[in-house]
Design a protein around this ligand. Structure first.
Ligand code: C2O
Ligand code: CU
Length: 425
């Protein structure tokens, strides 16, 4: 029903009529093969939710829940999700954050589809071909709808089960109308884990703020960022890491023979694993640096990558407007590429806070930070954490034709203008 041409910009996530009319990507789909299909039904509706701090909130939910149901699929399967909207007046879409898919399934209102209005439905279909930790969220007026609760976890399991852990858990952090939640709880979660066992923790930051996460009671490794495995990740102890809005970090930790492990963010949310006594609280953490973590790939040196096109994006603030290269929204000329081009983006944070920069439909490899080439594992991301004064170079292979958004994943910044397009000619 919701598959017409674009309406105006009202409430949409920033495709302009002009962008949409220029190409549109409704026609870019993937023909069904004979891969297995996994089907989910997600119904968006308003809901009175009683939080576990006693507060009652009017929230927006998928199937009555925020976070919505966890979607799990195995690498190579076709995911079919039927989205229905009961009573969210300005309409709803679902964006599959971090998943590489055909443009028509990307779920951006005003760009790849019209928002699904009350009483309507829309079916998304794509093959989940890269295992990892992802999430989904509405992309209609997303700064409002994500805070109100329209989001959930999306896990693509590897085809071959990995043997290095016995148990896995996903921790999603969100700010629901301003209240911090971990997996829907204001207090956090308790996880049973046997002494000596190895646990994979998939962490998703669905809030607008950068989170500083500490792990106390066990050493750990960071085995993936944004769904992409790191090469030869080393053991970290007394190290905190920062996870920017939209990003995912996967950890592997071994439970101690005795006592608990506590994974906490800086807003008081905790995941408590295991039983027994608490680890001693500590304050002597150092900060994780992903630019020199793990081992480089000798078969894929980045030093001699060929670049066909380069663009510079200055993320900043002019008066109260968040801007890219001094402009905002549709005033920002889109990046235009041709299929097959190798593109370098220089991303500069000129102020106005942290800007976690997200590109739809692609991943990129980080080449350098503040002029220094990365020396560790290749870092492949869909959302780049940037702080004031920093600059990064990233490499994107233009291999997924369509119209794609690029924006700050502090969705408040995005709604204040830090949002543009990455289009194919
Ligand atoms: Cu998770 Cu355009 O966003
Ligand atoms: Cu920002």
């Amino acid at each position: 029903a919701a598959m017409h041409h674009m309406g105006g910009m009202n409430g949409h996530d920033h495709g302009t009529m002009h962008d949409a009319a220029a190409t549109g990507c409704e026609a870019i789909t993937e023909k069904a093969g004979n891969e297995p299909v996994r089907e989910y039904y997600l119904t968006a509706a308003q809901h009175e939710n009683k939080l576990d701090n006693g507060q009652t909130e009017l929230v927006w939910t998928f199937n009555g829940l925020t976070p919505g149901p966890e979607i799990r699929v195995t690498e190579g399967e076709r995911l079919r999700i039927v989205l229905k909207n009961t009573d969210i007046k300005e309409g709803v879409t679902i964006h599959w954050h971090g998943i590489i898919l055909p443009c028509s399934q990307d779920g951006v209102a005003g760009v790849t589809q019209e928002a699904v209005k009350p009483g309507e439905q829309f079916t998304y279909e794509f093959i989940a071909d890269h295992p990892g930790t992802y999430w989904y969220h509405s992309h209609q007026a997303s700064s409002v709808q994500v805070e109100k609760g329209l989001l959930g976890k999306l896990i693509v399991e590897p085809l071959k089960k990995r043997s290095e852990y016995e148990q896995e858990e996903t921790l999603l952090i969100q700010q629901l109308n301003g209240t911090w939640l971990m997996n829907g709880s204001t207090k956090g979660v308790t996880i049973q884990a046997s002494p000596g066992s190895t646990v994979r923790l998939r962490m998703v930051n669905a809030a607008n703020e950068t989170e500083t996460i500490s792990v106390n009671g066990a050493a750990y490794r960071i085995i993936a960022m944004d769904g992409h495995d790191l090469r030869e990740p080393g053991v970290l102890e007394n190290v905190q890491f920062q996870i920017a809005a939209g990003q995912r970090y996967d950890l592997l930790l071994q439970m101690p023979q005795e006592g608990k492990v506590i994974v906490a963010n800086d807003s008081g949310l905790r995941a408590v694993l295991g039983a027994g006594s608490d680890p001693k609280s500590r304050s002597d953490y150092s900060l994780f640096d992903w630019t020199n973590y793990g081992a480089p790939d000798p078969l894929a040196p980045v030093g001699n990558l060929i670049i066909d096109k380069s663009f510079t994006l200055e993320l900043g603030q002019t008066l109260f407007v968040k801007s890219i290269n001094g402009k905002s929204f549709h005033e920002i000329p889109p990046i235009v590429v041709k299929e097959g081009e190798r593109v370098k983006l220089t991303i500069i944070n000129n102020g106005g806070g942290d800007h976690p920069f997200h590109l739809h439909g692609h991943v990129f490899q980080v080449l350098s930070r503040n002029g220094r080439p990365l020396t560790g594992s290749p870092i492949i991301l869909d959302t780049l954490a940037t702080q004031e004064g920093e600059f990064y170079e990233v490499y994107v292979k233009a291999d997924n034709p369509g119209l794609w958004m690029m924006h700050c994943h502090n969705l408040r910044h995005s709604s204040m203008g830090m949002s543009m397009m990455f289009n194919y000619e």
